[in-house]
Every structure is written in structure tokens, then in C-alpha cells.
Design a protein around this ligand. Structure first.
Ligand SMILES: [Zn+2]
Length: 146
């Protein structure tokens, strides 16, 4: 029996065209599936941009470090040595930035004794994002331009 495209239309009918050997979808429905996975990928990355925009800098860097750690195992096996070295350098830079950010609270507390913790936190957020209350407290762009 010749395998046929397994795409199911909204009517419940299957496509029925003959896919390439070893594939389950015809060329048209394979392109359609690839396009929707690209859209899903772009939506996921868009959500990530918005998720990171409201996180404190230390959490953004921790997130980056975690993602780099996941990719590292694959890169160690597959990447050419020069590319692997670049990746390790990027990881070192992220860890260095994270150390600096983590040290800021202690350094500011020593520089500004007696400043209440909520004021120190507001100062740290101002240093990290240019906004004392974080991005969610920022006025809309139209209000800032007026
Ligand atoms: Zn098809």
C-alpha cells in the first residue's frame, strides 16, 4: 500500500496526496507545518522578550546562564573548537556580569549605611533599568513624549 499525506482538513477528510519517500506529509502540507512551527517559535521568543523585560537584571542573567548551560553539552560534542571557545567566552561574560550584579546590593549597603532596604532596592533597579520601580511602573511612551 502506498502511504498518503496524513494532513487532516477541517472537514475531517485527509489530504491523500503522495508524500516523498519516508515522509508523512505531502510537500504542500510539509511547508504549511514548517511555517506554523516558525510562527510558534517567533511567538515564544516574543513572549520571552516581554517576560525578561520585567525581571530584575540578576534574574535575567541567571536565566541566560541556565540557557547557556543547557546548550553547552550539545556544543561540546558538535561545535568546532573555535566556536566552542566563543561560546565559553560568552558564558564567562554572563557569569562575570552576574557576579557584579549580585555584589551591587552589598556594595551599595556599605556605601549608603542607614538607607532603608526598599530605597536601596529602588536605587538598584534604577541602576539596572533606568527606572526606580522597574519597567512596569514606567509611563507609556506616548505620555513620556508629551
Ligand atoms: Zn497533503
Amino acid at each position: 500500500m502506498v502511504p498518503t499525506c496524513s494532513f487532516v482538513y477541517a472537514s475531517g477528510k485527509t489530504c491523500g496526496r503522495i508524500p516523498r519517500r519516508g515522509e508523512s506529509l505531502c510537500p504542500d502540507h510539509r511547508r504549511l507545518a514548517a511555517g506554523s512551527s516558525q510562527e510558534a517559535f517567533e511567538e515564544e521568543m516574543n513572549r520571552e522578550v516581554h517576560r525578561l523585560a520585567v525581571l530584575p537584571l540578576d534574574e535575567v542573567l541567571l536565566d541566560a546562564e541556565e540557557n547557556l548551560g543547557i546548550v553547552q553539552m550539545w556544543l561540546e560534542k558538535k561545535a568546532p573548537p573555535r566556536l566552542h571557545a566563543r561560546f565559553i567566552k560568552a558564558t564567562i561574560a554572563i557569569v562575570t556580569a552576574l557576579d557584579c550584579v549580585i555584589d551591587q546590593r552589598q556594595i551599595l549597603a556599605q556605601l549608603l549605611p542607614g538607607v532603608p532596604p526598599d530605597r536601596l532596592e529602588a536605587l538598584i533597579r534604577l541602576l539596572w533599568r533606568g527606572l526606580p520601580q522597574g519597567p512596569s511602573a514606567a509611563p507609556p511612551a506616548a505620555a513620556r513624549e508629551a
